[in-house]
Design a protein around this ligand. Structure first.
Ligand code: S3P
Length: 179
């Protein structure tokens, strides 16, 4: 299998941990757009939002994605807002198999409620902000994804198994026929 696998989905959908496990299962390398942004900027995500604003973060995120585009055999976790930049959708789809990790609002909220590292949730009513963001982005995730997994009732291990099966089928189906 030569293409990369890119995990998209909202904050709290478990992209990073699923990507790490999937990378070791496939023998691919793991990467993360947020991590690359932080490395390149020398600042944490929250600092970039505070000092430079969301638009600058999105620009840095776009640059990180373009950098990762040059690498194959990676499993890449992305930030939840990567689909907000319209050009990213085509870029993501050109890189390999795009997997959308879905989860109910209850599950997402349980996972992010106590996390102070998500700038978009540092507002008076973070649960409403999460709900609004998820609703706004659903069509964007849908347009970007080749396959999707509803992770709500699944263990971390089950998520990885489901994603693995879907990804293998995707790459088998997109292989050119033998001459
Ligand atoms: C964001 C999600 C975060 C991070 C940044 C913005 C978003 O990543 O990129 O805080 O817009 O949803 P996670 O999805 O890993 O939390």
């Amino acid at each position: 299998m030569i293409g990369s696998v890119i995990l998209i989905g909202p904050m709290g959908s478990g992209k990073s941990s699923a990507a790490r496990s999937l990378a070791s299962l496939l023998g691919h390398r793991f990467s993360d757009t947020d991590r690359l942004v932080v490395q390149r900027a020398g600042q944490r995500v929250s600092e970039i939002f505070d000092r430079e604003g969301e638009a600058a973060f999105r620009q840095r995120e776009r640059e990180a994605l373009l950098e990762l585009k040059g690498w194959s055999r990676h499993v890449i976790a992305t930030g939840g807002g990567i689909v907000e930049t319209p050009e990213n959708v085509e870029t993501l789809r050109s890189m390999g198999c795009v997997v959308w990790l879905r989860a109910s609002l209850e599950v997402l909220w349980r996972r992010v409620a106590t996390d102070m590292n998500r700038p978009l949730l540092q507002v008076l009513d973070p649960r409403a902000a999460l709900a609004q963001t998820v609703a706004k982005r659903e069509p964007l995730y849908s347009a970007a994804a080749h396959v999707s997994v509803d992770t709500s009732g699944l263990t971390a291990q089950q998520v990885v198994t489901s994603v693995h099966e879907l990804v293998v089928s995707f790459f088998l189906a997109s292989r050119p026929p033998a001459a």
